[in-house]
Structures are given as C-alpha cells and as structure tokens.
Design a protein around this ligand. Sequence first.
Ligand SMILES: C[S@@+](CC[C@H](N)C(=O)[O-])C[C@H]1O[C@@H](n2cnc3c(N)ncnc32)[C@H](O)[C@@H]1O
Length: 158
Amino acid sequence: MSRLESMYRRIGAQISGLNWAVEVIADLPGDVLELGLGNGRSYHHLREKLPNRFIWVIDREMNAHPSSVPPDEYFLKGEAEAMLARMVSGGVRLALAHYDFGVGVDEVDDAEARRLSPAIRSVMVPGGLIVTQQRLEGFSLETGPDDIARGRYFFYRA
Ligand SMILES: C[S@@+](CC[C@H](N)C(=O)[O-])C[C@H]1O[C@@H](n2cnc3c(N)ncnc32)[C@H](O)[C@@H]1O
C-alpha cells in the first residue's frame, strides 16, 4: 500500500472514530482536548461536531489554517506533559481526548504515547474516552466502530 493510500485510510478511520466518540460521550460531563493541532483539521472537525463543549488544544507550535485557530484561552502552547499538568491544576477534566501527536514513525510515536499516558489519564473523567492512532497504557481498550480495521485506530476508556 502506498503512503498516499495509507493516509486515505487513516483519515477515513479518523473521521469515523471521532464521529463515533462524539456519540459515545454524549452523556459524559467534561471538556474535550485535541492533542496536536497541526494544520487544525481534526480540531475543526471536533468544533463542528461539538459546538457546546469547551475544546482545549495542546501543541508546541501554532501552524493552523486561519479557519482552525482555537481561542487564545483554550490554546495551550508548549510541551504536552507540562500543559496537561497545567490543566489538572486548573481543575479541567475531559470527557474526550483526541491524541494526534504522531510523526508517522511507529517506534517514535509509540514511545511518546506510552510516556504521556499517565499525564493524559490524570486529566480524564472516569469513563472518559481517548481516540488515538497510538497505543496508550493504563486504559481499557474498547472495540470502537465496526468500519475501522482492527489496530488502525484505538479507543480507550479512562
Ligand atoms: C500530526 S500533527 C497534528 C495534526 C492535526 N491533528 C490535524 O488534523 O491537522 C502533530 C502535532 O503535534 C505537535 N506535537 C507533537 N508532539 C508534541 C508534544 N510532545 N507536545 C506538544 N505538541 C506536540 C506537533 O507540533 C504537531 O503540530
């Protein structure tokens, strides 16, 4: 499979997974977090699907398309671990987190996801959902939507 085809599948899985997660958390209290703003595509999607939730964003830099720039007060610019600690001390708790920090190199991305797992856990409400392409640790794995091939995207419960 070419990288282009792989990206096409990944984006399809991302949309399907996020849409599924939006339904699943409907009755859970808490805010939403995008880990990795990048161009802002998935943040833009979450904002469209969840207009009534506060959506926080963590990224070490701002490179988003102008249509997808979060409000200043919800953009936490810096390294993930420090920003997650800031959220915890500010009393923020999350119903949904979308983890999208990957650079596309499995070993690098998996190690980073494992390292950040405890910090992510500390900001979730009980039963909160994490949607991610990387394997996290210390959560319960859920099956997710039927149309996503096993192992392409992961759905974890705090
Ligand atoms: C793949 S891009 C995100 C793509 C984005 N979700 C989209 O749909 O356009 C990953 C982003 O995560 C950020 N990032 C990666 N690791 C990080 C870390 N440990 N702390 C803060 N930001 C990080 C990078 O700066 C980059 O902008």
